[in-house]
Design a protein around this ligand. Structure first.
Ligand SMILES: Nc1ncnc2c1ncn2[C@@H]1O[C@H](COP(=O)(O)OP(=O)(O)OP(=O)(O)O)[C@@H](O)[C@H]1O
Ligand SMILES: [Mg+2]
Length: 228
């Protein structure tokens, strides 16, 4: 589903966002991306949804070769992805419902279907009762959950999330991770960038570790103990 081959992202002569990073993620995997602040986690996610292009190397996502992909193909790629940003990026002047349904509206989905799918996505994050609120009337955690509903509304092949639990209390963070697990169980490839070490340990998934732009480890999910 995702392959990086010798990917480097250089911002200027001495600053690297990523430095010679290669890995492969199969369809249906759940992968954590971790590493200290400034390690390159957000830079990597940006390359995956073609918000940035590598300086050298090849990024392949869902059958698209991003380095040779014409600009007109970007919407096709993004239609297959759901992205949860570090800073939510909700539109203040739109209600919760409108924020979640926005992408469907752009895709020309009927009003009735927009309502059904936005409602279903909001129900998944437990916010169906906040349909008519505006983002600034919500807590940080609630805004984060709206951002997650928005990423899920289009049934993406791949869900990319940048620090999705950074603003949440531990119970809510656990709930969001369970939600991601459920989504992953339905076949969606999930990639979560986070600093949250206890969460990573608890979840027992594959972990990619970045340090100063380099992939410093790739730890497979621990084998599950089969209880007969
Ligand atoms: N547009 C840019 N121009 C110059 N340098 C940048 C740019 N974007 C990121 N960087 C640098 O690239 C490095 C990686 O940044 P990135 O945002 O990917 O880190 P991160 O791992 O997501 O950190 P955090 O955990 O704080 O979110 C940092 O040193 C950052 O300063
Ligand atoms: Mg970041």
């Amino acid at each position: 589903m995702i392959t990086l081959t010798h990917v480097t992202k250089q911002f200027d002569r001495i600053h690297y966002g990523l430095n010679d990073v290669s890995f492969h993620i199969e369809a249906g995997e759940f992968v954590f991306l971790t590493g200290p602040s400034g390690a390159g986690k957000s830079t990597l996610l940006k390359l995956l949804f073609r918000d940035a292009v590598p300086s050298t190397g090849e990024v392949q996502v869902a059958g698209h070769r991003l380095s040779i992909m014409p600009l007109r193909e970007i919407p096709l790629l993004r239609r297959k992805l759901g992205v949860v940003f570090q800073d939510f990026k909700l539109i203040r002047t739109l209600t919760v419902f409108e924020n979640v349904a926005f992408v469907l509206k752009i895709l020309g989905v009927s009003h009735m279907e927009q309502r059904q799918r936005a409602f279903r996505a909001l129900k998944m994050v437990g916010l169906q009762h906040k349909l008519s609120s505006y983002p600034l009337q919500l807590s940080g955690g609630e805004q984060q959950r709206v951002a997650i509903a928005r990423a899920l509304v289009n049934d993406p092949l791949v869900l990319l999330a940048d620090e999705p639990t950074g603003n949440l209390d531990p119970d809510l963070a656990n709930e969001i991770m369970s939600l991601f697990e459920r989504i992953n169980g339905q076949g969606t490839t999930v990639i979560v960038a986070t600093h949250d070490k206890p969460m990573i340990l608890k979840m027992r998934k594959r972990v990619l570790g970045l340090e100063r732009g380099r992939l410093s480890w790739d730890q497979p999910a621990p084998a599950s103990t089969v209880v007969v």
